[in-house]
Ligand binder design. Structure first.
Ligand code: ZN
Ligand code: ZN
Length: 62
C-alpha cells in the first residue's frame, strides 16, 4: 500500500507532505486508494495559511 505522509501543525491543521508509492506502483502515476496515512513528527510551527506573514519577524524556529 502507498503511504501518504501527513504533518500536523501547531495551529491544528494537517497537511499532506506527499506520498511514497509502494513497489507495485513505482514508476507509474497511480497510487493505492485509500493510502495508508503516516503521521510525521508534529511541526512546532504553523501551517503556511496561518503562518505570520514575512516581515513581521514573529516566525518561530525549532
Ligand atoms: Zn500502493
Ligand atoms: Zn493552519
Amino acid at each position: 500500500m502507498c503511504v501518504e505522509k501527513i504533518r500536523y501543525f501547531s495551529c491544528g491543521c494537517k497537511k499532506s507532505q506527499g506520498f511514497n508509492q509502494c513497489i507495485a506502483r513505482q514508476g507509474t502515476t497511480f497510487k493505492c486508494a485509500p493510502m495508508v496515512k503516516e503521521r510525521l513528527p508534529d511541526s512546532s510551527h504553523m501551517c503556511i495559511a496561518h503562518m505570520v506573514k514575512p516581515g513581521k519577524d514573529e516566525m518561530r524556529r525549532p
